[in-house]
Design a protein around this ligand. Structure first.
Ligand code: PLP
Ligand code: CA
Length: 296
């Protein structure tokens, strides 16, 4: 059932089997600011073979266009229409699913990626990086215009932001509580740091309830957006990721095959352990599809 892809022939057979590849980013293409070896070449080869490629990241700190710059910086070819992020999914959800009213605004606990994606959908926001320096513990004034609180990874989170988020959610009737993604950790500096799930946890505890929506993987919003725009055949699609409870569950929930890459969060031990209930279709040590060329 869980197939180990090891040889060049197995890698080629794997690629031939699918028309569309959904790539998780962190842990598969790069770790933070360090790209893994051979990624641009692998992507070029997939495109030469006529494969469609999509990028699906839970990282809400950047906008889609900032991600595109990151791709360009690494020499990875990508189009805006191929990049999907939890911040983008959050903005799309507010706009198209909740029909977020024009006279309302969003309070953000998170970085500018969320603000920019909301702006792109014409949604007003406040908080976010603007509130990063606030240290006072004065009472939170009412702001009846706040109709949703969005929480994502915030490396400058503080008590004031939490107080505001909590105040709007408890005082403003019908205020939506949305979390971009619930990764408990993410890889950085060769180690693991608290993720968006850990940033949102205090508000979940204070409210005593779950968010109204969580948009990142394993939720299906990004897959639905890809299907709506690109009409891909799910039977010919494979999701490639490093994390079982986000990427691999995302693929399984969406009915696509999955490849777990052991370059990120998941170790071989965890993947193969009898306790692990999230089994990918395949696993591979690193997503290298060509033998490395000798240095010229
Ligand atoms: N980097 C940051 C800053 C994140 O917040 C997250 C997700 O929470 C990730 C990376 C993981 O992103 P990906 O889904 O591309 O692995
Ligand atoms: Ca990942």
């Amino acid at each position: 059932m869980l197939e180990y892809i090891q040889t060049k022939e197995e890698r080629e057979a794997f690629i031939d089997k699918y028309d569309n590849f959904l790539f998780d980013c962190d842990g598969v293409l790069w770790e933070g600011t360090n790209m893994f070896t051979g990624v641009p070449e692998a992507m070029n080869l997939l495109r030469e073979k006529g494969k469609r490629v999509f990028f699906v990241t839970n990282n809400s700190t950047k906008s889609r266009s900032s991600f595109l710059k990151k791709f360009e910086g690494f020499g990875i070819k990508a189009e805006l229409s191929e990049v999907f992020s939890s911040a983008f999914a959050t903005a799309a959800y507010l706009k198209h699913v909740l029909n977020f009213p024009e006279d309302k605004k969003v309070y953000i606990v998170g970085m500018d990626g969320i603000k920019h994606e909301l702006e792109a959908e014409g949604i007003r926001s406040c908080g976010g990086e603007e509130d990063s320096g606030i240290t006072d513990n004065d009472p939170v004034p009412d702001d009846k215009e706040v109709g949703a609180v969005v929480i994502g990874l915030d490396t400058k989170v503080n008590y004031k932001k939490y107080s505001k988020a909590f105040a709007y959610l408890t005082r403003n009737p019908g205020c939506y509580f949305i979390v971009t993604n619930e990764d408990t950790t993410f890889p950085q500096h060769g180690d693991f740091y608290p993720g968006a799930g850990a940033i949102a946890a205090p508000i979940i505890a204070a409210l005593g309830r779950r968010p109204d929506a969580v948009l990142g993987k394993p939720a299906q919003n990004m897959l639905e957006a890809i299907r709506a725009e690109s009409h891909i055949d799910l039977k010919k699609t494979c999701m490639i990721g490093d994390r079982l409870d986000t990427d691999i569950e995302f693929g399984i929930n969406g009915g696509v095959d999955t490849l777990c890459v052991l370059t990120g969060i998941t170790t071989k031990e965890v993947l193969l352990s009898p306790e692990n209930k999230v089994k990918s279709t395949y696993y591979i040590d690193a997503f290298e599809i060509e033998e490395k060329q000798p240095d010229m």
